[in-house]
Design a protein around this ligand. Structure first.
Ligand code: DSN
Length: 480
């Protein structure tokens, strides 16, 4: 039998040559991206490397089919193959997570959250109103009743984690549509420990009485107790929605179980598929049966035509995540994050919450090295280490410059980095940041954007990183 990676090399070379015959700059950018990804230490907590079957699943003619609607109930003819891929993706998602219902259409995390918000609004506001007025659909309502319903749909309350505590824009912040749709209040973290204070959260929920309580984060380095979150939601009559975009891989890989697994506790759970879950770019919504019909109306409610090629790729990635090897991968992600945190701590770095028990680490670069997040991100990038700047709780440098950098281990764990490698990575990071200094502005004070990196540090770090990367090649055997 021929070696599948050698076959993939041939397939990709043919693909690049076909693309180059139309637009060579695009072929070059595709190739350059692989070279860049191979040559840098990727520590962006929300990124990963999808498998070759998952990547190849995206590049097909399933993209050419319109299929608005849902499986078996489409607004276009000839959707039998899109029906198959959507049904298979949903089946894998249900089985993988133990969910009663799964919706595979969302194109991204923001779309998954929008589907979830509108499903909850439909379930908890629209349906009871229609029932009370004896109407079957919204078309049966008088103009006055419709106006009142629209007003009610647009005036509900949502409570989510504050951005600087690690929450997400789509959890009700003003720069996102969720902040315009809902009256939102944030819960933060304890100023001393940096951890969620469930009693304070409960008290806030009692006072604010949200319709939706959102749990989930993009920069909180700890686990959440979803049993307590559900108890709080039930007490105040809220629906618990969990956005597990960042840690879905740890749920799928059973690193998070019991009270740390959102599926048995939340009515609605959303995720992206491309972060720790290691699939293609996209989203999923999981729900209890009670919310299934409302979630299923996501297209055309808020989503454009489903992306058949992306759902095919999601199905492949979800099938991979059901393999026992994915559980080993998920455990490695968590072990590597711990090793990275310990490596940073022992070299004198301050971490938000003092460590991690998930896949990410939040470094206070202002407190540790006198830098802004922007300066730290830039100096590390110059040295071949890709991270992203991130706010820390009560950040004095705001959301643009920030005082932190966020590091995550899903991508390097996919390359097979070990805990010993992560200690070496911590050494490289600290080495760079200790030798970075903010540039002084014309007014004689340290600036927030520019920095200088001691001579030779970037080159030496790139070379040490190259050695680590060489031990764990990305897509071994794939030659373009
Ligand atoms: N952009 C994602 C992240 O980096 O966490 C969340 O939207």
């Amino acid at each position: 039998m021929s070696d599948p990676t050698a076959t993939a090399s041939t397939a990709y070379r043919a693909m690049l040559s076909l693309i180059a015959s139309v637009e060579p700059r695009i072929a070059e950018a595709i190739k350059a991206e692989l070279d860049d990804q191979r040559a840098s230490l990727k520590l962006i907590a929300s990124e990963n490397y999808a498998s070759l079957p998952t990547l190849l699943g995206m590049g097909t003619w399933l993209s050419d089919k319109y299929a608005e609607g849902t499986v078996g109930h489409r607004f276009y003819a000839g959707c039998q193959n899109v029906d198959t891929v959507e049904a298979v993706a949903s089946e894998h998602a249900r089985e993988l997570f133990g969910a009663e219902y799964a919706y595979a259409q969302p194109h991204s995390g923001i779309d998954a959250n929008l589907v979830a918000y509108w499903a909850i609004l439909s379930h908890s506001i629209e349906r009871p109103t229609l029932e009370k007025l004896g109407a079957k659909t919204v078309h049966d309502l008088s103009q006055n009743d419709w106006d009142r319903l629209r007003h009610d749909l647009g005036n509900q309350r949502l409570m989510g984690m504050s951005l600087d505590a690690g929450g997400h824009l789509t959890h009700g912040f003003r720069h996102n549509i969720s902040g315009k749709m809902f009256d939102q209040r944030s819960y933060g973290t304890d100023p001393e420990t940096g951890l969620i204070d469930y009693s304070a959260l409960r008290q806030q929920a009692r006072e604010f009485k949200p319709l939706i309580l959102v749990a989930g984060y993009s920069a909180y380095p700890r686990r959440i107790n979803f049993a307590i979150m559900r108890e709080i939601a039930d007490e105040v009559g809220a629906v618990l929605m969990v956005d597990m975009a960042h840690f879905a891989g740890l749920v799928a890989g059973k690193v998070f179980s019991g009270d740390e697994d959102p599926i048995p506790h939340a009515q609605v759970v959303t995720t992206t598929t491309h972060k720790s879950l290691r699939g293609p770019r996209g989203g999923l919504v999981l729900a209890t049966k009670e919310f299934a019909d409302d979630v299923d109306r996501g297209c055309p409610m808020v989503l454009g035509g489903p992306l058949g090629h992306m759902m095919a790729s999601k199905a492949i990635a979800l099938a991979e995540a059901r393999q026992p090897s994915f559980q080993q991968y998920a455990q490695l992600v968590a072990d590597n994050a711990k090793a990275l945190a310990e490596g940073l701590l022992k070299r004198g770095t301050r971490l938000v919450t003092g460590g991690t028990d998930n896949h990410l680490v939040l470094v206070d670069v202002a407190g540790s090295f006198g830098l802004t997040g922007r300066q730290a991100e830039g100096a590390l990038l110059d040295s071949g280490i890709v991270t992203n700047r991130n706010s820390i709780p009560r950040d004095p440098n705001g959301a643009w410059y920030t005082s932190g950098i966020r590091l995550g281990t899903p991508a390097l764990s996919s390359r097979g980095f070990t805990t010993a490698d992560m200690d070496a990575v911590a050494g490289l990071i600290v080495g760079v940041l200790q030798q970075t200094t903010p540039t002084t502005t014309a007014a004689g004070v340290p600036g927030k954007a520019k920095y200088s990196l001691a001579e030779g540090v970037a080159a030496a770090t790139k070379s040490a990183a190259g050695e680590l990367l060489g031990n764990h090649p990305l897509y071994p055997g794939l030659e373009l």
